[in-house]
Design a protein around this ligand. Structure first.
Ligand code: XUL
Ligand code: CO
Length: 438
């Protein structure tokens, strides 16, 4: 029984192929800078978008036509597991990611909810075993249920803090059970609406306490996944605590948590924060905190998290340019498609087309970025631009030899100062040439 219109495994056919069900750029075995594309990219499918989501929006009901639509409860949960492994197989994708509430329905009590989860996790484990597919990361959904109205770790209600802890404890157990390579914290309701009713200091202290407790518990059970925080501004709360990479890193440093966490950066979250994706990746990279990415794209004409599949070759090239220069590349992380088909693309085959195009966009980005690095297309320009810091007064500044007296003496006799052009337009035309010609 096929949930995706009996599509066979998608194969690489090359860029001249016109087959909509073939990869044009993603060739898992192609070697780039000493590693296969498969190893560089470590693609993941997001359970919540491709199996749990149904195409509903705030104005209308779900539109997605899916083979599991008639089912409910645990039967529905089981069907989605089948569908997930079918899609991973069709796409030849090695990884998937889920929230606890994506995979199993909540019961009337936490005990019943956990029993449901245990049953589905056991089923997932069987499928992983027979297919060789792996869990890139799991996470706890602490934003959908109304109990999290005031937050989870940053709630004003200690009973909710305790419930959230119990939920993450279970999620860490399941992560260990399934051999998850990472564990993600996205603080969906960790933020506030108004300072008039908010103890900002206590909420942030509690968030740090919560994360430390998670670190402690993972250590206790021997779960050695990489812990990741996923920054996002505004949505759903007005002031989200993990606004962007820089804010999140500052928080981790303040509470002495930086050694335990890296970041899972998402393209659409970056643009909502007023940054490019590559800016967020660079901030993480220079702080040794680039852990994994959620690949998607927003829409400049819309002001919310549209989670579209990534198609923009400039963005995927510049993202891969950062990842390739990160120590160990994407490392234990991966390229997770936190992306959904449009509400108007309601057939199962649309989910397949969407992933193929997203995978090709990143494969192409990888090829172009590798060539830019090999040719030192921008490195030489940057080296030349900062050359003044390698000799004379610049070298004194960098080595710490200079002080305000020596700098003043230098400035007084150095007249006039000459600057050089930054050549942004020329560099953009070079980038275009690479994207077109590689
Ligand atoms: C929400 C979002 C989440 C996280 C995991 O915008 O990106 O799905 O990726 O909780
Ligand atoms: Co995400």
């Amino acid at each position: 029984m096929g949930y995706f219109d009996h599509v066979g495994t998608v194969k690489f056919e090359g860029k001249s192929s016109t087959n909509p069900l073939a990869f044009k750029f993603y060739n898992p075995d192609e070697i780039i800078l000493g590693k296969t594309m498969r190893e560089h990219l470590r693609f993941g499918v997001a359970y919540w978008h491709s199996f749990t989501g149904n195409g509903s929006d705030p104005f209308g009901a779900g539109t997605a036509l899916r083979g599991w639509n008639e089912l409910s409860g645990m039967e529905l949960a089981k069907a989605r597991v089948e569908a997930c492994f079918e899609l991973l197989n069709i796409l030849d994708v090695d990884y998937f990611c889920f929230h606890d509430r994506d995979i199993a329905p909540e019961g009337d009590t936490l005990q019943e909810t956990n029993r449901n989860l245990d049953e589905i996790v056991a089923l997932i484990k069987q499928h992983m075993h027979s297919s060789g597919k792996k869990l890139l990361w799991n996470t706890a959904n602490m934003f959908t249920n109304p109990r999290f109205v005031h937050g989870a770790a940053t709630t004003s209600n200690a009973d909710v803090f305790a419930y959230a802890a119990a939920q993450v404890k279970k999620a860490l157990d399941h992560g260990k059970e399934l051999g998850a390579e990472n564990y993600v914290f996205w603080g969906g309701r960790e933020g506030y609406e108004s300072l008039l009713n908010t103890d900002l200091g206590l909420e942030l202290d509690n968030l740090a306490r919560f994360l430390q407790l998670a670190v402690d518990y993972a250590k206790e059970i021997g779960f050695d996944a990489q812990f990741l925080i996923e920054p996002k501004p505004k949505e759903p709360s007005k002031h989200q605590y993990d606004f962007d990479a820089a804010t999140t890193l500052q928080f981790l440093q303040k509470y002495d948590l930086a050694k335990h966490f890296k970041l899972n950066l998402e393209a659409n979250h970056a643009t909502l924060a007023g940054h490019t994706f590559e800016h967020e990746l660079r901030v993480a990279r220079i702080n040794g905190a680039l852990g994994s990415i959620d690949a998607n794209q927003g829409d400049l004409l819309l002001g919310w998290d549209t989670d579209e599949f990534p198609t923009d070759l400039y963005a995927s090239t510049l993202a891969m340019y950062e990842i390739l220069q990160n120590e160990g590349g994407i490392g234990r992380g991966g390229v997770n498609f936190d992306a959904k088909v449009r509400r108007t693309s309601f057939e199962p085959i649309d989910v397949v087309y969407a992933h193929i195009n997203g995978m090709d966009a990143f494969a192409r980005g990888l090829q172009v970025a590798a060539k830019l690095i090999e040719d030192r297309a921008f490195d030489n320009v940057i080296e030349e631009r900062y050359a003044s810091f390698t000799k004379g007064i610049g070298a004194d500044i960098v080595s710490g030899k200079a002080n305000f007296h020596t700098l003043e003496a230098y400035a007084l006799q150095n007249n006039p100062i000459t600057n050089k052009s930054g050549r942004v337009e020329l560099l953009r035309s070079i980038l275009n040439q690479y994207i077109i010609n590689v």
